[in-house]
Unconditional design. Structure first.
Length: 299
């Protein structure tokens, strides 16, 4: 019976529109509604390439929403979401914290669309050419400037845990965001990136992030080893795969989020090109609903 299910907190699932470059906004909303998602993480990035190029995740998108037009298209965005019972989870932006004019455009667009979160990157990634401490100081000063712009709008910047950045782990991301108020800045925890770099035990990572945890990405990466070289050393690769087949323990993650009464979105980000986008969308939400503690009978 319905009374046998937990009602204290329901986990919320969204999907990044970066996965669906071939669909316009209404088509994207129709697909997410059909599959039972709660929200949409909207790609808001500039595109200056060929207007006739084939749609691709990091290239041309049929939605064509950018920092320069998102405010003007706010009514269209809100109507499409409302028509399909979806919430706007976050802006999947590529802005870095020193692009202050773009930050202002995104903040104004976020207010106009009712979005609370904007993904923001550090000015530079980690390549080994410049030391971490120099990049950290640069990022700290950059985010101070960025937050001075977004704070008056009531918008929160979120930093993604991501390989190749200075934020590969929960702890390294926390090191920077802890300089600021969690009302103004948070962590976009992307544990699929931690399969290759920056893994920390799930409960420990969540404990550390605490009030700074603002958003999540989920996707699948396997661990595959090649043949040993002449010295016996194996090289590992981390190909994309369905959520349930990956290295990361998503049942444990959802259990811990449920226990902590996490109220933000968990957003699917799956770019495995061996499966169609529509198949990835359907498989991901089916798996997440199966392992969602808030959908399971009380014990």
């Amino acid at each position: 019976s319905p009374s046998s299910y937990r009602k204290t907190m329901n986990l919320k699932f969204s999907l990044t529109s970066i996965m669906l470059p071939h669909l316009d906004l209404p088509q994207t909303c129709v697909l997410l509604k059909q599959q039972g998602f709660d929200g949409l993480e909207l790609r808001v990035r500039p595109y200056a390439g060929d207007s006739q190029a084939a749609p691709s995740p990091w290239g041309r998108h049929m939605t064509d929403i950018s920092p320069g037009n998102v405010k003007a298209r706010a009514c269209e965005i809100k109507a499409a979401l409302a028509d399909h019972g979806l919430k706007l989870a976050a802006f999947a932006s590529s802005v870095n914290a020193l692009e202050l004019n773009t930050m202002k455009q995104l903040a104004e667009g976020a207010v106009a669309t009712g979005c609370r979160l904007i993904r923001v990157t550090a000015p530079r990634d980690y390549t080994g050419e410049t030391g971490y401490l120099e990049l950290y100081d640069e990022a700290a000063h950059a985010f101070e400037k960025a937050l001075a712009i977004t704070r008056p709008y009531g918008i929160k910047c979120i930093i993604e845990t991501h390989q190749g950045s200075i934020f590969v782990s929960a702890s390294l991301t926390h090191r920077l965001v802890s300089l600021f108020d969690p009302a103004d800045i948070g962590i976009l925890y992307d544990p699929q990136n931690n399969v290759a770099d920056g893994f920390e035990t799930i409960p420990l990572a969540l404990d550390l992030m605490g009030p700074y945890l603002a958003h999540l990405h989920v996707g699948g990466h396997a661990c595959v080893h090649g043949a040993p070289d002449k010295n016996g050393t194996v090289t590992w690769t981390y190909p994309r795969c369905p959520l349930g087949e990956g290295r990361f323990d998503y049942p444990l993650l959802l259990k811990e989020l449920h226990k902590r009464q996490y109220s933000g979105f968990i957003s699917v980000e799956d770019f495995d090109e061996t499966r169609t986008p529509e198949r990835r969308v359907a498989e991901a939400i089916s798996y997440l609903r199966k392992i969602d503690p808030s959908s399971m009978p009380s014990t």
